[in-house]
Design a protein around this ligand. Structure first.
Ligand SMILES: *Cc1c(COP(=O)(O)O)cnc(C)c1O
Length: 408
């Protein structure tokens, strides 16, 4: 038997039938008409946002929509956050339906000219990733007769310790190295563009509050240094995010209150040049991961060489991350439950596999579950981020998953 992650708090204490936002998994499947199905509980998302607001000093909260761009979910989240961060013109178009362009920022190292046109025309902020991109944006702004809004994305000489995905402190396709950032700010200001400040993103999926506290303090110091060097005060400093969620056995949830207290202190003693700046944190998975449940139906239960395989109708084509093939080095088990048997003691060790003809399609590896039969629903938790939109849905030609958002 191998361990699996703990169920999110909202589901961990349940007994009997799994309930999502007060309704049973069977109910949701009946409403959707079929499996596999993602249910996103907007109450859980709203609770995360409320917790963030209570814990943090007065800063802006942005949602990084790549974590889950589902239109209805995005509409609901947009009402509760201050800004949206996008990374393609497709995401920009979705974001502009639900938020004014002035509160949207556009990052990404490979923005095409037509994407720069879309952002500059709309008035979204470009998080500029290179000197070359800035030069293209000036030309496009001139041609269109629009002043580009531009923040400088800095590749910080800081790395977010313990983060699942390090994005700072080394050579990177993202942002401009810190040593060149002030020079780029001067170029942007001299070109007459609307300089919006700095975007400094040092990593992702950190559970250690101490690491985030350290990184935020270093980020504020870096922004202050760069602003002094450039000789201009930034209107906004986007401190990045990196708040992680507990996917696996032994993971301990991030102490957000501790992060908030330390950030309040760090902002209270910030460098003078940042005195008038607004600050923002951009989060993806921390807002939505725990709110999502992927429901899939058992098609077969079979034995092979002494092992039991529970074959379900959904797999890595919808929920790649749970199969261990999205950003993890070692495959570990996401939390999984038999939907009708919450709280019931496990009786057997099984592997939960999807329908795809590849051995990679394994959602649970040798996990302990209560008895499970053909026709029952299996729930895979932590499915609200990097699920449907981050999985190869065309691979092997099964239909896409259905997605439902509960009323918040
Ligand atoms: C992906 C990304 C995010 C969101 O990351 P999470 O780990 O989901 O919070 C935020 N900002 C930037 C720049 C990103 O690339």
């Amino acid at each position: 038997m191998k361990p699996m992650g703990a169920l999110p708090r909202e589901f961990a204490q349940q007994n009997g039938s799994l309930k999502i936002s007060g309704r049973t998994a069977d109910d949701w499947v009946a409403q959707a008409g079929d499996t596999p199905l993602f249910v996103y509980d907007m109450e859980i998302v709203a609770a995360r946002i409320a917790r963030f607001r209570a814990a943090m000093p007065a800063i802006d909260l942005h949602y990084a929509i790549k974590a889950n761009p589902h239109a209805e979910l995005l509409t609901a989240i947009a009402r509760l956050v201050d800004g949206l961060d996008v990374a393609s013109s497709g995401e920009l178009a979705k974001a502009m339906i639900v938020k004014p362009a002035a509160s949207i920022s556009f990052a990404g190292p490979g923005k095409r000219d037509d994407e720069l046109v879309a952002a500059i025309t709309a008035g979204a902020t470009l998080n500029v990733e290179s000197e070359g991109e800035a030069a293209r944006a000036f030309l496009i702004g001139d041609r269109l007769g629009h002043t580009p809004r531009m923040a400088v994305r800095v590749n910080p000489d800081i790395e977010l310790r313990g983060s699942g995905m390090r994005m700072g402190g080394r050579a990177s396709p993202f942002g401009v190295d810190a040593v060149r950032a002030a020079a780029l700010v001067k170029v942007i200001v001299a070109a007459g563009a609307d300089w919006r400040g700095f975007h400094i993103y040092a990593g992702s999926q950190a559970l250690d509050a101490g690491a985030i506290v350290e990184t935020q303090a270093a980020t504020i110091a870096l922004a202050g240094r760069l602003a002094d060097e450039a000789g201009v005060a930034p209107p906004l400093v986007n401190l990045g995010g990196g708040f992680g969620v507990p996917y696996f056995a032994g993971d301990v949830a991030l102490d957000v209150e501790r992060v908030g207290e330390a950030l309040a202190d760090a902002l209270a003693s910030r460098p003078a040049v940042l005195g008038e700046a607004r600050f923002a944190i951009e989060l993806g998975r921390w807002l939505v991961a725990e709110a999502g449940v992927y429901l899939t139906r058992v098609v077969d239960v079979k034995q092979s060489q002494g092992e039991t395989f529970v074959v379900v109708d959904g797999g890595l084509n919808h929920q790649l991350a749970a199969s261990g093939n999205f950003g993890t080095v070692v495959r570990r088990n996401y939390p999984i439950a038999v939907a009708a048997r919450m709280g019931q003691a496990p009786t057997e060790t099984v592997s939960v596999v999807g329908p795809l003809c590849t051995p990679l399609d394994r959602l649970g590896d040798k996990i302990a579950l209560p008895p499970v039969q053909v026709g029952e629903l299996v729930a895979i938790f932590m499915a609200g981020a990097y699920g449907a939109s981050a999985s190869p849905s065309a691979f092997l030609g099964h239909p896409p998953a259905i997605e439902i958002v509960t009323a918040g």
